[in-house]
Write a protein that binds this ligand. Structure first.
Ligand SMILES: [Zn+2]
Length: 320
């Protein structure tokens, strides 16, 4: 999404938009719709088709959309159309659109060096197959089988179709570049709770990347058609060609926006609670399922690794 995204694209027809051009009244008409308006009854699919036509008129955006569709196809979804809809409910604050893709731990198992592992259960394997993607998160003596949900992009109806074009590209950039397991890995690790604002902004496919890709595409589009520039604040950090002109300015603008956003939400406390719960679960597994086995092995190296991990986790609890 443009103001937050939570833990929890094949080949388009290249119609080089002969139908899309600015008329003598300064209107840009695409597929019989004036993109300076948002027709009341237009469907989400028709909105997306108009955006796709805009994308097709820009080779760089076109390449980007092909990558998005390719990534979806690699996971069994044929087109971005299949993950796109209007957001339910009214638009909240400035959030014009959202990208979301949850990730969940479906099974936990013990992993002791030198001993064979239990296979994942059939039901977990079924969940793994049904999910978008999966990953095994490996920690000392413990492994999580994590499965990501189907990605979703939604947009809110606004005043003008064109004003959400850059936002849609922004959300697609999150999908294309971000690793759906990054937050779960972070919460599962025995490292201190991270600076989530920094992480949200600077992680690959995070807000900085998404703003760069979205605003660049937006700048190229308005320039191409001689339309008024987008007025959103981030545009002042971009050149007329759509390149970042003031990287530091852009970074601090985004950081400030998201730290205000997180300050006014209970996201950080929810994430801390989630981390605490994972730490507790890990301690329990180590005590109940790992320690008894280690006692029978008499391996000094493993015993040391075990006691170090317990110490780390216990001290982590008190920092959360
Ligand atoms: Zn975003």
């Amino acid at each position: 999404m443009k103001f937050q995204y939570l833990l929890i694209l094949f080949f388009l027809s290249f119609s080089f938009s002969a139908r899309s051009q600015v008329n003598e009244n300064g209107q840009l008409i695409i597929k019989n719709v004036d993109v300076m308006t948002w027709p009341k009854d237009i469907s989400a699919t028709d909105v997306l088709d108009i955006y796709i036509e805009m994308i097709n008129s820009d080779p760089e955006a076109n390449l980007f959309l092909n990558q998005v569709n390719k990534k979806l196809q690699d996971h069994g979804i044929s087109h971005v159309r299949d993950i796109f809809q209007y957001c339910p409910g009214e638009s909240k604050g400035n959030a014009a659109a959202f990208f979301s893709q949850g990730a969940n731990v479906v099974e936990t198992r013990v992993s002791i060096p030198g001993l064979s592992e239990n296979p994942w259960s059939e039901s977990s394997v079924a969940k793994q197959k049904a999910g978008f993607s999966s990953e095994v998160i490996k920690m000392p003596f413990i492994e999580f089988l994590a499965v990501s949900d189907r990605p979703e992009i939604c947009i809110h109806k606004g005043e003008q179709l064109i004003s959400t074009y850059d936002t849609l590209i922004h959300e697609m950039a999150h999908f294309l570049l971000n690793d759906p397991f990054i937050y779960l890995e972070e919460l599962s690790s025995s490292l201190p709770f991270p600076d989530f604002v920094q992480m949200t902004v600077f992680t690959k496919g995070g807000e900085l990347d998404a703003f760069k890709i979205g605003a660049s595409a937006g700048t190229r589009l308005t320039k191409k058609y001689g339309l008024p520039k987008y007025s959103a604040t981030e545009y002042k950090f971009f050149s007329d060609a759509g390149l970042v002109a003031d990287e530091d300015g852009l970074k601090s603008y985004i950081l400030k926006t998201y730290s205000n956003y997180y300050k006014n939400s209970d996201m950080i406390s929810q994430l801390k609670a989630a981390k605490l719960s994972i730490v507790d679960t890990k301690i329990q597994i180590l005590r109940n399922n790992v320690e008894p086995v280690l006692k029978t092995l008499h391996r000094d190296d493993l015993n040391k690794k075990f006691s170090d991990e317990i110490k780390t986790l216990v001290s982590l609890k008190f920092q959360l």
